[in-house]
Design a protein around this ligand. Structure first.
Ligand code: IMP
Length: 425
């Protein structure tokens, strides 16, 4: 049975949650491989919408294991709120598993993220202020050691690790930010209520995934954020601190590259980005505003309006290569319904040179001009389409062009928010 990676092909918010949720119904396990509470997706429980940041969207499928793997980072307070919220709505969460190796987002990480961003002023990255950068920094710094989920199981170990961390953090807080020092007991107290809720789920996640693979079960490896927020392949330094690309799925879960059968690159039919950084197809006009309003492009995690623009084919071509996409899932195609013409950037022009792919030195993107191809719009609603044949010819031509650029077939097109509003090819 296949191992499938679901990866964001753009700058995040591509609608991976919806695709993962559909795949989860057929899967034995959904494994999130990187990132933390900076992500956000909405699940619908009964008639209520519920926003999740950490728990994979597969949680609603009781028979599907939902695993947060070693490459993720976990905020105990945020996770406990999500578990409690789901339980109140009758979702028991017994299928949740948390890697003991995943690092913990501590309250001081959130504080430092906010202080660092404020200190950067106009040069800020526009982070979600969820403590992502500071937590991964502690992981890679190694000493004093970052705190892992397994450390939450032993009060003595936790206390010693927090005390070690605070020696360094307090020096930074006091001397760089003029902030009052933090107290070990108070920090532990802040997360204390969350611990009995989350620690029962801590386990050897890699062993569980291994068991699924050995039994030939279907496993979905779910990325958060998107390819161009990747620490290595994104628009550095305006990126997140982990590896959303498909290769990150191997790092984050311990599944070997040779065991991956499919990589589904999820791409919105246009482009959005939150936070600072290059965005060659960004629209600063009514058309961009129209995409934002029709696409409800406001962040799930921060509520920030997303920057909107035409589909960036250069980015799509590059991310399909980086991720080894075996197919693409196109989301939010219906948002383009009203437009008379739709544009796709097929090249960038930088310093007199035409580029087909993202340059390695992404600083060059700041001066890039997008070269567009214009396609006719379909100017009618497509949200009722149930099969490829029910899509207008112009809409088919648009997604076919996306497939051509990506060099991978279209697997699915999302034409509305609900699970049913998905056309499978
Ligand atoms: P961080 O991950 O909070 O450190 O933020 C770093 C950059 O990634 C910022 O530009 C954020 O807006 C962006 N980012 C982080 N998570 C997401 C996401 O889930 N969707 C879209 N952008 C994100």
């Amino acid at each position: 049975m296949p191992v499938k990676v679901v990866v964001g092909a753009q700058w995040g918010d591509e609608g991976k949650g919806k695709i993962t949720d559909i795949l989860a119904a057929e899967a034995n396990a959904v494994v999130r491989y990187q990132g933390g509470s900076n992500a956000g997706h909405t699940v619908v429980v009964g008639d209520r919408e519920f926003k999740l940041h950490l728990i994979p969207s597969g949680i609603l499928h009781e028979d599907t294991l939902c695993i947060m793997a070693s490459g993720t980072i976990i905020d105990p307070i945020c996770l406990a709120e999500e578990i409690n919220g789901l339980r109140e709505r009758g979702v028991h969460c017994d299928n949740l598993r948390l890697s003991g190796n995943a690092h913990v987002i501590m309250p001081y990480h959130r504080l430092l993220d906010a202080l660092e961003e404020e200190a950067r002023g106009s040069a800020s990255i526009g982070t979600t202020r969820r403590g992502i950068g500071p937590t991964y920094t502690d992981k890679t710094r190694r000493m004093p050691r970052g705190i892992r989920m397994v450390d939450l199981l032993d009060q003595e170990v936790l206390r010693a690790a927090v005390a070690d961390q605070l020696e360094l953090k307090n020096a930074i807080l006091q001397h760089i930010y003029g902030h009052a020092p933090l107290d070990t007991d108070e920090v532990i107290e802040e997360i204390a209520d969350a611990l009995p809720i989350i620690t029962p789920y801590v386990t050897d996640a890699r062993a569980i995934v291994r068991g699924c693979l050995d039994r030939d079960e279907t496993v979905v490896l779910e990325g958060a954020q998107g390819t161009f927020l990747d620490l290595d392949y994104g628009t550095y330094p305006y990126v997140t601190s982990s590896h959303p690309v498909a290769g990150g799925a191997c790092l984050g879960t311990g599944v070997a590259p040779t065991e991956i059968d499919e990589t589904i690159a999820v791409a919105k039919a246009y482009t959005t980005r939150v936070g600072a950084g290059a965005f060659p197809t960004e629209l600063h006009d009514e058309c961009g505003d129209g995409l934002r309003e029709r696409g409800a492009e406001y962040g799930t995690t921060t509520g920030r309006p997303r920057r909107c623009g035409w589909l960036d084919g250069v980015a799509l071509r590059t991310s399909a290569e980086i991720n080894g996409a075996t197919g693409i899932a196109v989301t939010k195609l219906d948002v383009l319904d009203e437009l008379a013409t739709v544009k796709i950037a097929v090249n960038y022009e930088v310093g007199g040179e035409r580029l087909e792919r993202m340059p390695e030195n992404l600083d060059r993107l700041e001066g890039a001009t997008a070269i567009y191809e214009e396609l006719p719009g379909w100017q009618r609603p497509i949200s009722e389409a149930k099969s490829p044949a029910e899509l207008p010819a112009e809409a088919r031509a648009y997604v076919d062009r996306m497939a051509e650029i990506a060099g991978a077939p279209v697997l699915a097109v999302s034409v509305g928010a609900s699970r049913e509003q998905t056309v499978w090819f």
